[in-house]
Design a protein around this ligand. Structure first.
Ligand code: DQA
Length: 160
């Protein structure tokens, strides 16, 4: 039986981590990122998590070190996987790349915007090589799609 489904015992635990400037969602560059706030995004993920019987926790920080610590301790903190929007650190941070590898759980990279269709410096993700997959360009739905992809993967891994 899938972990997280009814009657299976321990539910899957997923952490949703958002990096710099994502606390400004809804106000920042609305032409690119839209008017939904990060709380709205979290509520959308929460709704799907509830329906799927998955526990979800949220973290946002503007500080690279906080993100490194969270990612690196993901397994120690009993998370089965992480959905990560690393914001601009996506394009710069070797420390985050290493933390994802150190964390010991699958991480799905998500972006609200289609980074491949934006400025050249956003085309390169430093963290993608350590991630299970990438979802970009669907606005807040990128988080939900990344979450669903992650739990599908975790259930597939768990059930063989
Ligand atoms: C972003 C894309 C990044 O390039 C940018 O720096 C962000 C947001 C996105 O969700 O589209 O802060 O991660």
């Amino acid at each position: 039986m899938n972990p997280g489904s009814e009657g299976s015992g321990a539910a899957l635990r997923v952490q949703v981590v958002s990096g710099p400037n994502l606390d400004r969602l809804g106000k920042r560059e609305v032409g690119i990122y839209g008017t939904a706030t990060l709380d709205d995004v979290h509520r959308a993920v929460e709704e799907v998590a509830r329906a799927e019987g998955v526990e979800v926790a949220f973290l946002q920080s503007n500080h690279e070190g906080d993100l490194v610590t969270a990612l690196g301790r993901a397994k120690d903190n009993r998370f089965d996987g992480v959905v990560l929007n690393a914001g601009a650190y996506t394009h710069t941070s070797i420390a985050l790349l290493d933390a994802i590898r150190a964390g010991g759980v699958p991480v799905v990279e998500v972006h609200l915007s289609n980074t491949a269709a934006r400025e050249p410096f956003r085309h390169r993700s430093r963290i993608a090589p350590a991630c299970l997959g990438v979802v970009a360009g669907f606005g807040p739905r990128s988080y939900v799609l990344g979450f669903l992809g992650l739990i599908g993967h975790l259930r597939g891994v768990a059930t063989g």
